[in-house]
Design a protein. Structure first.
Ligand SMILES: *[C@@H]1O[C@H](CO)[C@@H](O)[C@H](O)[C@H]1NC(C)=O
Ligand SMILES: *[C@@H]1O[C@H](CO)[C@@H](O)[C@H](O)[C@H]1NC(C)=O
Ligand SMILES: *[C@@H]1O[C@H](CO)[C@@H](O)[C@H](O)[C@H]1NC(C)=O
Ligand SMILES: *[C@@H]1O[C@H](CO)[C@@H](O)[C@H](O)[C@H]1NC(C)=O
Ligand SMILES: *[C@@H]1O[C@H](CO)[C@@H](O)[C@H](O)[C@H]1NC(C)=O
Ligand SMILES: *[C@@H]1O[C@H](CO)[C@@H](O)[C@H](O)[C@H]1NC(C)=O
Ligand SMILES: *[C@@H]1O[C@H](CO)[C@@H](O)[C@H](O)[C@H]1NC(C)=O
Ligand SMILES: *[C@@H]1O[C@H](CO)[C@@H](O)[C@H](O)[C@H]1NC(C)=O
Ligand SMILES: *[C@@H]1O[C@H](CO)[C@@H](O)[C@H](O)[C@H]1NC(C)=O
Ligand SMILES: *[C@@H]1O[C@H](CO)[C@@H](O)[C@H](O)[C@H]1NC(C)=O
Ligand SMILES: *[C@@H]1O[C@H](CO)[C@@H](O)[C@H](O)[C@H]1NC(C)=O
Ligand SMILES: *[C@@H]1O[C@H](CO)[C@@H](O)[C@H](O)[C@H]1NC(C)=O
Length: 416
């Protein structure tokens, strides 16, 4: 009898903690046929300004989110298929898709939030509806298969972070339900997540034989023509490449770490652009281009080029994307991200970074200037605080329940 209120309190508190994680099912239909179906949990980390400070809030996609049939479409009229989920007063999450016949991918990810919703954004100094878009998302799968990613995957979208987890989705669907065949994301292949129980699942993205583990952190720099250091970088790098393997006679997805002791750096620095070129044993060349906007005094990583000529390849692998927008910071400062970040470059190549710090402009000494830290690091610092607060609350509830229980049984003894 004494235990039951405490137990009830424990269960309630437990559900309150778990309750933040919800999975939502969203479907876009045309007539009787479904063309996009998504089951996912999503949370958003959004910064906004009050009159005298900047605040950060965590919002999760609620169960009540529904598909906006007005904006969503199957894309039969020449436009791309588009899934738009709306929730709360004027918030929306949009996923637009494209295909080339054999693969489909999320072409852009849109988040819209309404700062006048004071329950989410208390004391916001603006009542604007803000829309942010990212076109480098890296969610892609073979057509007629379901994209699966149970592991949380964060995406930086215009200063906010969108984190998907427990995600299963398919576009250009051949039937009205998710295809049983799955394309499994790299994070799930690497983690200890048990493989899906569905029999006969053929993952089109071949699992890497042995994941190479976290790469070692390298220190790289670029010198000016007069010998002074003009670019500093410190990071662990992991290449994630899909290529045709000679030995296995099929396309494989490989994770390869860059070994700092075998890698040399070079590059160049100009007023509004800086290039870092990393070369590992003449077989791998990785080129980073940073661009400075002299008006806004902000810089970002705008281009990544990879050339790889490995013995197991039929032809040299080359990939390049020069319209990227990663690692955004202010001139004269460094950009830092201790958390693992995935920089999507092209469907067949992405780059994982670990414990990264870079400063491509206005390097005055051989040391990094003040760092601007990525959103993911800031979020991770919040987690222990939230967990601590939840545990403290739990202990308090149990203690109160125990005291009440004790008082009641004492009262009982006295009346006998
Ligand atoms: C949808 O299905 C119903 C019953 O199966 C059928 O009567 C109706 O014509 C279908 N509508 C379309 C647009 O195919
Ligand atoms: C908040 O205000 C600062 C300057 O006070 C500005 O640089 C920043 O862009 C603002 N952030 C948002 C999300 O509006
Ligand atoms: C910000 O403004 C609010 C209301 O104007 C005030 O209560 C609060 O103390 C201020 N905070 C700081 C850090 O100035
Ligand atoms: C994102 O996709 C939607 C739907 O295809 C399109 O209307 C919108 O213009 C796209 N946004 C950007 C920035 O490409
Ligand atoms: C679609 O894109 C992938 C990756 O870029 C490529 O391997 C494939 O050949 C393309 N398919 C078609 C039909 O163009
Ligand atoms: C996908 O499935 C549909 C229906 O089963 C089929 O017509 C189409 O050819 C398939 N596409 C590919 C690329 O396998
Ligand atoms: C840059 O110059 C320093 C000496 O000033 C030298 O030790 C270093 O090796 C040079 N780095 C590169 C990449 O050339
Ligand atoms: C080296 O060259 C850069 C520009 O190319 C210049 O800003 C810097 O002052 C020069 N340093 C020395 C010691 O001459
Ligand atoms: C590679 O695979 C293809 C088809 O899967 C097969 O025709 C070919 O003989 C194989 N080549 C080797 C060297 O095993
Ligand atoms: C590079 O470092 C790795 C791991 O620290 C070590 O095993 C390897 O022998 C080193 N190679 C050279 C050429 O120093
Ligand atoms: C690196 O990329 C920049 C911009 O894309 C290009 O100008 C430069 O030639 C490239 N360098 C190498 C060594 O590939
Ligand atoms: C530089 O930043 C300003 C202000 O944010 C913006 O208006 C301009 O378009 C940017 N220039 C380039 C080349 O991106």
């Amino acid at each position: 009898m004494k235990l039951s209120p405490a137990l009830a309190a424990l269960i309630i508190a437990w559900f309150a903690v778990l309750g933040c994680i919800q999975a939502v099912t969203l479907e876009v239909k045309e007539g009787n046929s479904t063309c996009i179906k998504a089951q996912l949990s999503a949370s958003f980390s959004i910064s906004y300004n009050t009159s005298n400070s900047t605040r950060n809030v965590q919002v999760s996609l609620p169960d009540s989110a529904t598909v906006d049939t007005g904006s969503s479409s199957c894309g039969t009229t020449g436009s791309s298929p588009w899934l738009v989920a709306v929730f709360g007063p004027g918030h929306a999450l949009g996923l637009s898709f494209s295909t080339n016949g054999s693969l489909y991918s999320v072409a852009n990810l849109t988040l819209q939030y309404n700062l006048s919703d004071s329950s989410v954004f208390p004391e916001a100094n603006s009542s604007d509806v803000v829309t942010v878009v990212s076109s480098s998302v890296g969610i892609w799968a073979t057509i007629n298969t379901t994209y699966r990613c149970v592991s949380p995957s964060p995406f930086e979208v215009g200063g906010t972070t969108v984190t998907f987890s427990n995600m299963r989705l398919e576009a250009y669907m051949p039937g009205n339900d998710l295809s049983p065949t799955e394309s499994v994301c790299v994070a799930d292949q690497a983690s200890t997540t048990p493989p899906p129980t569905t029999a006969g699942t053929t993952t089109t993205v071949a699992p890497a034989p042995t994941p190479p583990g976290t790469p070692e952190r390298g220190m790289y720099s670029v010198n000016n023509t007069n010998g002074t250091v003009c670019l500093l970088a410190q990071m662990g790098l992991q290449l994630n490449i899909s290529h045709f393997s000679l030995s296995q006679n099929k396309t494989v997805q490989e994770l390869v770490n860059l070994a700092p002791n075998l890698t040399s750096s070079s590059g160049s620095c100009e007023a509004s652009s800086a290039t870092l070129v990393l070369t590992q044993e003449r077989t791998t060349t990785l080129n980073f281009t940073f661009t400075l906007n002299s008006t806004s005094h902000k810089y970002h990583l705008s281009g990544i080029t990879l050339l790889a000529n490995w013995s197991d390849m039929t032809a040299p692998f080359s990939a390049s994307n020069t319209s990227l927008n990663y690692l955004r910071s202010t001139a004269g400062r460094s950009y830092m991200c201790n958390a693992e970040q995935t920089l999507f470059v092209v469907p067949t190549f992405s780059l994982n970074t670990f414990k990264l710090q870079v400063q491509p402009f206005e390097v005055t000494t051989r040391q990094f200037a003040t760092a601007e830290e990525c959103q993911m690091d800031q979020d991770q610092m919040l987690i222990p605080i939230i967990v601590g607060a939840a545990l403290a609350g739990l202990v308090l509830i149990v203690l109160i329940a125990y005291l009440i229980g004790r008082k009641r049984s004492h009262a009982g003894y006295q009346t006998i």
